[in-house]
Ligand binder design. Structure first.
Ligand SMILES: *Cc1c(COP(=O)(O)O)cnc(C)c1O
Length: 374
């Protein structure tokens, strides 16, 4: 059994994917070929924003937005304590300071009450200038944007949605990657919409920001390739990856999102009385980058993981360490906000296999091992 089965997906989509790759080879436009622009239009329309700017990976996508916003030393950027390292890494990389906010124990996403508390403390202390919030759509579920947007408006902060795991999610009829002033996603193979290598994208309705990011993506280009108006990066999405994503996107919207939601519902139905299963608030829709259960303590979690491993069932611990405990951030003199929920989650979470091609028999077998060991 695979944790995320990319081989089965390829077998299902093989004729279209092979044809798409062959077309790129025949056309010979390996950098910024027509498939890149076509994909950007498709994704912008799907998400419901004016601009999609693809790039080399989800980390660059975040970094380019911070560059375009001129986030710099002395600025504070609020990020969840429970996330993948890149969310906070880009803040330090640009020279600003990431401040870690605890998450909600039900949704795993940034806690708006603790966010506002931290903003107030930073303003009172006066060491850093609050500039932006990077909420993460963890495990596929959009963060609490209704409340975070209210807070951002009150304190005049920018919101950058880290939708690396969230593509395909929704709140009401608003799609993930349409929240905040800008949003990003990742096409890393294991993400909800993945390519066959690294890839990412920025989404925004802001014309000026979109133009800046298109420039930053290609060495800060101006009106032509050899006119450079700012310092930028080399961060383009390969034409091959765009062509692969065009095929995968069709499957994603036609049935993969539905299928992965069926798998999640089946897990929850079978497990809900025995372990804490993921909570999807009313009106929210998840793209299920992960299906993460919570055990009572570390001993129980580790023992269950071992039992599943013995039965050939792969599981993962996302994430074993809070951001504020990472050695890389040990130099940050941040306000000591309460991150007790993240501390506790890191000891108790266990992510089960989930993907659109996981069949009911496998779900059944995984749940039986879990229920037999409760
Ligand atoms: C994967 C991920 C990223 C980084 O994306 P890459 O394409 O691997 O650079 C950023 N944030 C979160 C929450 C992620 O899960």
């Amino acid at each position: 059994m695979e944790f995320r089965d990319l081989k089965t997906q390829y077998q299902v989509l093989k004729p279209q994917i092979d044809k798409a790759i062959q077309t790129v080879l025949n056309e010979g436009q390996f950098i910024m070929g027509r498939q890149v622009q076509e994909l950007e239009q498709t994704l912008a329309d799907y998400v419901g924003v004016k601009h999609c700017i693809t790039c080399a990976n989800g980390t660059d996508a975040l970094y380019m937005v911070l560059m375009a916003w001129d986030i710099k030393a002395g600025d504070a950027v609020f990020v969840p304590d429970f996330t993948f390292f890149a969310t906070a890494e880009v803040v330090s990389l640009i020279g600003a300071t990431p401040l870690f906010i605890d998450v909600d124990p039900d949704t795993f996403n940034m806690d708006p009450v603790k966010l506002e508390g931290a903003i107030k403390e930073v303003l009172k202390e006066g060491r850093y200038k609050p500039r932006a919030i990077i909420p993460v759509d963890l495990f596929g579920l959009p963060a609490n944007y209704p409340e975070i947007e209210t807070i951002a408006e009150k304190y005049k902060l920018l919101i950058l949605e880290d939708g690396a795991q969230g593509f395909g999610g929704q709140i009401g009829n608003r799609r993930a990657c349409s929240f905040g002033h800008a949003a990003t996603t990742s096409f890393f193979p294991a993400k909800p919409l993945g390519c066959y290598g690294d890839g990412g994208a920025v989404f925004t309705d802001d014309d000026e920001l979109a133009n800046k990011i298109r420039s930053i993506r290609v060495h800060g280009k101006g009106s032509s390739r050899y006119d450079n108006v700012r310092i930028g990066l080399n961060s383009r999405l390969d034409t091959l990856q765009a062509a692969i994503l065009q095929v995968k996107f069709q499957a994603f919207v036609e049935y993969e999102l539905d299928n992965v939601n069926k798998v999640a519902r089946s897990y929850t139905e079978k497990l809900k009385n025995k372990v804490k299963t993921p909570v999807i608030p009313d009106g929210y829709y998840s793209s299920w980058a992960q299906y993460t259960i919570q055990l009572e303590n570390k001993e129980q979690r580790d023992a269950l993981q071992e039992k599943l491993r013995e039965q050939g069932i792969p599981t993962m611990i996302y994430y074993p360490k809070p951001m504020h405990r990472q050695q890389a951030f040990s130099n940050i003199i941040c306000q000591k906000s309460d991150c007790s929920t993240t501390e506790s989650l890191c000891e108790r979470v266990l992510s089960l296999p989930i993907h659109p091609y996981l069949d009911e028999d496998d779900v059944e077998r995984i749940c039986r091992v879990i229920l037999d060991n409760r």
